[in-house]
Design a protein around this ligand. Sequence first.
Ligand SMILES: [Zn+2]
Length: 210
Amino acid sequence: MRVGQGYDVHRLVMGRSLIIGGVDIPFSMGLLGHSDADVLVHAIMDALLGAATLGDIGTHFPDMEEKYKGISSLLLLEKVAEMLENKLFFVENIDAVIIAEAPKMRPFIHDIRTNIATALGITIDQVNIKATSEEGLGFTGIGAGIAAQAICLLTTPVNDGRTGMNEDRKGTNEDETEASASYCPRMIERKAVTGVICGRCPCLSKTEPE
Ligand SMILES: [Zn+2]
């Protein structure tokens, strides 16, 4: 199992749409950024990348690149999902909080959870989104910006040394071979059927697939 955390902040400005969790939220201001400035999705991506030791969003999606200008962050989240799948990591759950004085997020939480779950190919009950205000304190309290924090747990069917517990394989190239050798057959089948690897495969808790 792997745990990861993410944090992001964007400035609130006039003349931009407020996109949170892929939802266009009606508000007098929006978040400033190179992409759609989806502060929540950025925090979640950083949590996922961190848990998988894949760096951060700045590494993979540099904000100097023209192709990411105005891009929906949900598309970037889909790319993160692919990166996790390539490393045989599956999302167990995500918990995140939006920190904003205004607007009220409650009416949009269900749509936000749906968007994030869909982008990651997981179920909505694996994604918890909360919102809070800072009671008028700090930069979020005065409405200068919106922040988000996220934490996630990843699981993997690969029983290899990458968690650092198996000292003799350190520094070797055996990880790839080991990964395919211990890759759960049922999960491969499921992938073929649904197009999405299921992180809740019962084989994760068994030594031998049925
Ligand atoms: Zn951001």
